[in-house]
Design a protein around this ligand. Structure first.
Ligand code: SIN
Ligand code: CO
Length: 375
């Protein structure tokens, strides 16, 4: 992707300009971001997704008197409110994992590092439906797919929430701007920008969401991984204290035990590559419901593409794919990085791959992580 080229997707800004002026900073409304955009799924197909065990879905309804209800899926068709009833919304998460066209739509946003990409959520609303005024902790592009939705947005100062409701709804929403989005229009919102979108007639909105790791959660994940890796490498090392003398102060933590704990952490972090490796493995980990269907190694190496569910990343020394890592250097590393960037390889690139690289690619095809052919 040429990040210097202006694109209708970003209202004739280039990805570079967008990232500099808007990303994490301020909203952007784009009329006709995706010209002639039509829903990628018919209403009944979306409802069928919401009925699946491996798909995360929710129904939000505004009850009379300002009350809200939230139900979690899966939903049989009969568990969904009737189409004629106003004021309800069905939210279906992770549609890109189930539909190639949805995965393809996300590829338009590859000017943002894929480590930040979360998923495509589709919301279907009956007239008047919405999830209430709220803010999200992540960046989101709200692409109107069907019908119209009126968005009111504002830089909120008071983030207090309405008590006693099952959703996070702002107690004192202060909208500053209002836009009516038609199919193909898109609104970018940075994290914590308050918004409320209300359907005018039957409406579908696609949310392209980005994840923002939380520092404490990341530390927990990484330390766990580093500890597991260290235990795997050195086996269990048990604390021993043959030199311990009898104590009068039985409650005091022995200094020797404090040193042992320090040493345990130092050992887990000793390999300078351990942390970037754990990070890449964590970031490329598929979501919990994701599984791959076993495939076959290609008979001829003409072209190769990653499965839509595959997460592939890299850093200066490693390749990461679906939670696993490989050390990578030399021409094969260049090839694999290209695969991670472009999600596909053509005949000329494959012709340059070493036997070792082809073996690895064949194993990924067998695991269902990649397939013969181009997208
Ligand atoms: C919706 O599409 O109904 C909600 C999306 C959002 O507010 O983030
Ligand atoms: Co939101």
């Amino acid at each position: 992707m040429d990040v210097h080229l202006s694109t209708p997707l970003l209202g004739s800004l280039s990805p570079r300009q967008f990232m500099k002026r808007h990303w994490q900073r301020k909203p952007l409304l784009v009329r006709g971001a995706v010209p002639d955009f039509r829903p990628l799924l018919a209403r009944n197909e979306l409802f069928a997704l919401a009925a699946r065990e491996d798909v995360e879905s929710r129904v939000v309804e505004q009850r009379g008197g300002g009350g809200w209800s939230l139900r979690r899926g899966p939903f049989t068709r009969r568990a969904l409110p009737p189409l004629s009833r106003p004021g309800w919304t069905l939210l279906v998460q992770g549609v890109d994992l189930h539909l190639d066209a949805a995965h393809e739509l996300l590829q338009r946003f590859r000017f943002v590092p894929q480590a930040r990409l979360d998923d495509l959520m589709i919301s279907y609303a009956s007239d008047g439906g919405g999830v209430g005024p709220h803010f999200d902790s992540y960046d989101v592009f709200l692409l109107q797919a069907q019908g119209r939705r009126r968005w009111r947005i504002g830089r909120q100062k008071d983030f207090s929430l309405q008590p006693g409701v099952p959703l996070k709804i702002l107690a004192a929403f202060e909208p500053e701007e209002e836009y009516l989005l038609e199919p193909g229009d898109m609104l970018y919102l940075p994290p914590r920008y308050a918004h409320d979108g209300i359907a005018e007639g039957e409406c579908q909105t696609y949310s392209i969401g980005f994840r923002s790791p939380q520092r404490a959660e990341l530390a927990r994940e990484l330390l766990l991984r580093l500890a597991d890796e260290e235990a795997g490498r050195t086996g269990e090392t048990v604390y021993r204290d043959p030199g311990q003398s009898a104590v009068r102060a039985a409650g005091e933590v022995p200094a020797e035990l404090q040193r042992f704990a320090q040493e345990a952490l130092r050992a887990a972090l000793k390999d300078p590559q351990a942390l970037p490796r754990a990070l890449g493995e964590y970031l490329s980990e598929p979501k919990p419901d994701v599984w791959f269907d076993a495939g076959a190694a290609p008979r001829a190496w003409r072209s190769l593409r990653l499965d839509r569910r595959t997460r592939m990343l890299y850093d200066g020394r490693h390749l990461f794919i679906n939670g696993e890592s490989w050390h990578a250097s030399g021409p094969d590393a260049r090839l694999m990085r290209r695969l991670a960037d472009e999600r596909q390889l053509g005949p000329a690139e494959l012709a340059r791959a070493s036997d070792e690289a082809l073996q690895l690619l064949a194993a990924w095809c067998e695991a269902g992580w990649a397939h013969e052919g181009v997208a």
